[in-house]
Design a protein around this ligand. Structure first.
Ligand SMILES: [Zn+2]
Length: 698
């Protein structure tokens, strides 16, 4: 480890530059070449060292240092790269700007029929006497993007839109690690060029996202493609970073490019640091194309991301140019789509599963059948409407498909094999678990059991949610809850805190140690902040973020329980549904009793005020804007302002009391502040103002 303090200034500068270079190279190997050159641990150490040095010597902090999170600090990047548009400080935009595509963004003609690939080949052969080849590439199943680089800097990222005009989602694309903000130094790239490709979400990130959404009771994404497209359209770029998107680029558009073939062009793009698929191959005839298709139709099943076909392009750029375009698509390319694998099997029965939230899902029990390398026994029928559309009868032969979805689904019925007199599968009117009449909101596809307090799966689900890692983090699993529940040891959440060691030791395979661990984690859960408990209660529609917002706004459970509809609706992110859900929940005496008991058990039902108690009221009622780099991090600066009872604004407006301008401040903000007559002060001046005010108030 370095002895940072005895380091001389020029040594620090040198080391910062060195670390920046090393980390950039590692990022490139990791994200672009998919070939990590160091372990995560070593990488973290280097990153930590750089971060420490930058804090000690902020004068050497480069705006595009690998340590900087893009979302919050872009305004300073904008100053060094004049082509970059300016971004909101908090990374949230109100809407996307739209721009016309320089060249229309067409879609490819695509086919499931191999004979059309032969016809395509014949058309190309007729069009030229010269020798030519094809480029075969995997077709990534994501959402299309068109990137513009100006002088080596990413300046625009347009979605396909309607093909003529797209949304500029640059701020979001900047959150995707494999997309370079700057091309590699020394790259011989054109002054300005476009490159098109696909933004996609690998299966792992997709599963993680949907799992999270399930916990938060948000609607799930049907497949990785939808999830990628949805993520790219988020207005809050901070959220995009967590979504784990990836990018692959496949079409370079640069009029003066010194490349003869498409594959050469892609290799050039890769040499500038751009992510290009490593699976593209040159094929000289139909035989090689067929070979490529056959290989990948198998191999794609083990790829960590979704692909839905092969794109075949004429490789020679001059031939591409002479073939040109139809109104809809290029004449020099075609997409062959893989058939989604399906299997025919018999449907034996339908289960209606009641989830933690009371949603009822029909699940088909099938004769086991082989599909995409796994044995499938169950498939989802989604909801009542879908069952009606399919006209499902018990004993029907049905087609099962895996597609991009995780759970196999039934796509159609083989009516010709239906036996006479078999009964229709009818969605139940009452809850299969507790018999309560099901309800269905008009804007939701699913039926719900409203009996959330007594319906067994919902009740058990409440415990499982309460003990989960993101809530109370209690050292137990579903099986333990099952046992405690069936032994009648628990019926309300508060009963968990009444469990005795003797009771625990009666559980299957429980010894002293497991009981100790369980009791210890119960004790520890009493230290968790209010918002975790609020989330843990499992009130419908309250996810982690909402719980945090509510805890921030109301400070304690009593205020929240007292709050009326209007007051709830005035809270960030609280809509009608959520307000009603809260009111319903607190209106029930049994819930109030549980909360009372949990309080008595020692859980935190108010925000820890001590931490948030302001140091002084020097900035009370004042909104402060900050821009640029300070001797402390932006986060620390924000905390400093809040600790003196000030508010940090998100944009310069008439209400702004001061604009604190650090080094490399955003010029647009300075101009705006001057226009509005708002005092612009330096970091040091600002500290002096706060001190003076503090003295005054004493
Ligand atoms: Zn029920």
């Amino acid at each position: 480890m370095f002895d940072f303090l005895s380091m001389k200034k020029n040594e620090a500068k040198h080391r910062i530059e060195e670390l920046t270079r090393i980390l950039r190279a590692h990022n490139h190997s990791y994200y672009v070449l998919n070939n990590p050159t160091v372990s995560d641990f070593e990488y973290d150490l280097l990153m930590h060292e750089l971060d420490t040095l930058e804090k000690l010597y902020p004068e050497y902090l480069s705006p595009d240092s690998p340590t900087r999170k893009v979302g919050n600090d872009l305004s300073s990047v904008a100053d060094t790269a004049t082509e970059l548009p300016s971004f909101p400080d908090n990374g949230i935009v109100e809407e996307f700007k739209q721009y016309p595509h320089k060249y229309p963004m067409l879609s490819l003609g695509n086919t499931y029929d191999p004979s059309e690939i032969y016809a395509f080949n014949e058309r190309i052969q007729k069009a030229t006497d010269k020798k030519f080849t094809y480029s075969c590439e995997l077709k990534f199943d994501g959402t299309a993007i068109c990137l513009t680089y100006t002088k080596g800097i990413l300046t625009r990222a347009l979605t396909r839109g309607d093909g003529a005009v797209g949304d500029d989602v640059l701020l979001n694309v900047l959150q995707i690690p494999s997309v370079p903000h700057r091309l590699l130094k020394g790259g011989n790239y054109p002054e300005e060029f476009e490159i098109r490709g696909e933004i996609y979400m690998p299966y792992q990130a997709f599963d993680k996202l949907n799992h999270q959404r399930e916990l938060n009771e948000e609607p799930l994404f049907a497949n990785p493609r939808n999830a990628a497209a949805g993520s790219l359209k988020l207005l809050d770029s901070n959220q995009v970073r967590e979504r784990g998107l990836e990018c692959t680029l496949y079409h370079l558009i640069a009029p003066d490019l010194k490349a003869e073939t498409h594959l050469e062009a892609l290799a050039m793009a890769a040499s500038w640091g751009l992510p290009v698929s490593e699976h593209a191959r040159e094929c000289k005839d139909m035989e090689e194309i067929n070979q490529y298709i056959r290989t990948w139709d198998k191999k794609r099943k083990s790829l960590p991301f979704a692909t839905d076909g092969i794109v075949i392009k004429v490789n020679q750029l001059d031939l591409q140019r002479s073939l040109g375009y139809t109104a809809k698509s290029p004449r020099w390319a075609v997409a062959y789509k893989f058939k989604p694998e399906e299997a025919l099997t018999r449907l034996n029965s339908v289960d209606y599963q009641v989830g933690r939230t009371g949603a009822v899902t029909p699940v088909a029990n099938l004769d086991p059948v082989q599909l995409s390398g796994t044995i499938v026994k169950r498939a989802t029928l989604h909801n009542a409407e879908q069952m009606e559309l399919l006209d499902i009868h018990l004993g029907d032969y049905v087609y099962v498909e895996k597609g991009g979805e995780i759970i196999p689904k039934i796509t159609r019925v083989e009516i010709s094999r239906r036996e006479a007199g078999v009964p229709e599968a009818i969605f139940p009117r009452d809850c299969p678990a507790c018999g309560t009449r099901l309800v269905k909101d008009e804007d939701e596809a699913k039926h719900f059991c409203p009996n959330s307090d007594f319906c067994p799966p919902q009740r058990k689900g409440k415990f499982i949610h309460f003990i989960s890692r993101k809530a109370m983090n209690i050292n137990a699993g579903e099986a333990t809850i099952d046992q405690l529940y069936s032994k009648n040891y628990i019926s309300e959440l508060s009963d968990l805190y009444k469990l005795t060691r003797e009771q625990l030791l009666t559980l299957d395979k429980w010894k002293d140690k497991s009981a100790d661990n369980f009791l210890k984690s119960l004790q520890e859960s009493k230290q968790l902040p209010f918002h975790r408990i609020l989330f843990g209660l499992g009130i419908r529609f309250i996810g982690e973020t909402t719980a945090r917002n509510l805890a921030d706004a109301f400070k304690n459970i009593d205020n929240l329980m007292k709050a009326g509809r209007e007051e709830l609706l005035a809270t960030e992110d609280v809509g009608e549904k959520l307000a009603d859900s809260l009111l319903d929940y607190f209106a029930q005496p049994r819930h109030r009793k549980v909360i009372e008991e949990l309080k008595e058990a020692g859980l935190q039902f108010s925000e820890n005020e001590q931490e948030k108690e302001p140091v002084s009221s020097a900035l009370a009622g004042k909104t402060i804007m900050i821009t640029g780099n300070f001797s402390v991090s932006r986060e620390e600066m924000k905390k400093y302002i809040e600790s003196h009872a000030g508010k940090v604004g998100s944009s310069v407006s008439g209400n702004t009391a001061y604009l604190v301008a650090g080094e490399k401040s955003g010029s647009s903000k300075l101009q705006k502040a001057q226009k509005l007559g708002i005092p612009v002060v330096s970091e040091d001046e600002f500290y002096k103002i706060v001190e003076t005010e503090q003295h005054k108030s004493k």
